[in-house]
Design a binder for this molecule. Sequence first.
Ligand SMILES: *[C@@H]1O[C@H](CO)[C@@H](O)[C@H](O)[C@H]1NC(C)=O
Length: 463
Amino acid sequence: MVRIYARKYTVLVVVILFIFFGVLVFIASNVKSSDAKKPNHLSGRIHPEKMSNKLFPPPEIVPADTNEAKQQQNILIGNKVNDELRPKLEVNHNVHAFYYAWYGNEATDGKYSHWNHPFLPHWEKRISELYATGKTHKPPDDIGANFYPLLGAYSSRDPVLLRKHMEQFVLAKIGVLVLSWYPPEKADEEGSPASEQFIHSFLKLANAYNLKVCFHIEPYAGRNASSVKEDLKHIIEQYGSHPAFYRTKDPRQLAVNARDLPLVYVYDSYLTPAEDWNKILTHKESKNSIRGTEYDALVIGLFVERAHKETIRMAGFDGFYTYFASSGFTYGSKQANWMSLKLYARDENLIFIPSIGPGYIDTNVRPWNDKNTKHRDNGNYYETSWKKAVEGDIPSFISITSFNEWHEGTQIEPAMSEKSVFVDHILGKPKSGTFQYESYGKNPDLYLDLTRNWVEIFTDMKH
Ligand SMILES: *[C@@H]1O[C@H](CO)[C@@H](O)[C@H](O)[C@H]1NC(C)=O
């Protein structure tokens, strides 16, 4: 059709096409240039540009065979934890760890998610072109991470796997799983949201281990202050009555009878202007505020830049966290600034939740980002971050980045000590060969062990 028409009106069509493509190029270059302005952390953790409504079936929660569990572990872990053993599950509910339930594999889900992560482009084309940008990893052996999980390329929907994770939380004495969360029907780029059914099963399982679950609200497309208020309503209505739903006293309130409140972390909260947050978070009379309503919560914003001293306060957040486990990646994540952040928090009556981590390496998904690598130094990096977090004012809560963010190498979950794979693209370079995964040395549980020690120290300090 076009061809016949074009013969007659060639010139006109060429002109129209020219204008049409001109507009396309203009739009495309604008999209790019707004990307180019993004600071590094914005191209950071997996962003939810693409939506997906593919929900996975919920895991079937199999009741634990308590006798078998008893043989395997000194502590009894399972759905039927009896009361006499319950005190052994001595986790600290003031210690929180960021948890990702976005992994999928063929055996459980019919396809891989997240393990087959692509090499992400750099915002400058010139740099991207040096790497195998867009090529994806090929699990199970070749995964988008610099370390390889001891439990393999697992599925977050596998109930046996979830049990093992919960056991690891208990072993490390971490009391709260901070679940990466998108509203129903929204997802991260790699597309495997935690469905509502999944979350119900997750809560049920967590409860058996004396663990609590709170939510890490991700920056989905279209997120704003009022949609987050709706999210809070949704979360509290759906899960608020579950015994494993995390509630805690506001540490700023001295009254013993102060009401327990839910606590939520809001990732990339600075994407929404402070004055918009203030509409839902203000303590003054306002029809939109959550304060004093049944949806009131301790809302924790993300502190990135120095300028956020102003915006966190203006927004009306109850407190702030720093997320990034690469010290110096941002002002907030720089451990040397934590003393100053503690003073700021004290002055402004805010809850400061430092985010500590074992190191950072993401070069198997962002091959151009080695400047942000923080080597683990055999556990020393992690121990230093704990020390910095508890020095001076002892924080009410500690957050750990992360339990299992494998792409960024911030996980404390056990990793294999010896693992290599033959790949076409070593760290994104167009070169084939054997890729050797990093390890924690001889002890795959090193970071669970270190965590347990530090949680004990932290717990004693608070008494
Ligand atoms: C906030 O987001 C919701 C849903 O994405 C939308 O309906 C609403 O108009 C937005 N409100 C503002 C003030 O932008």
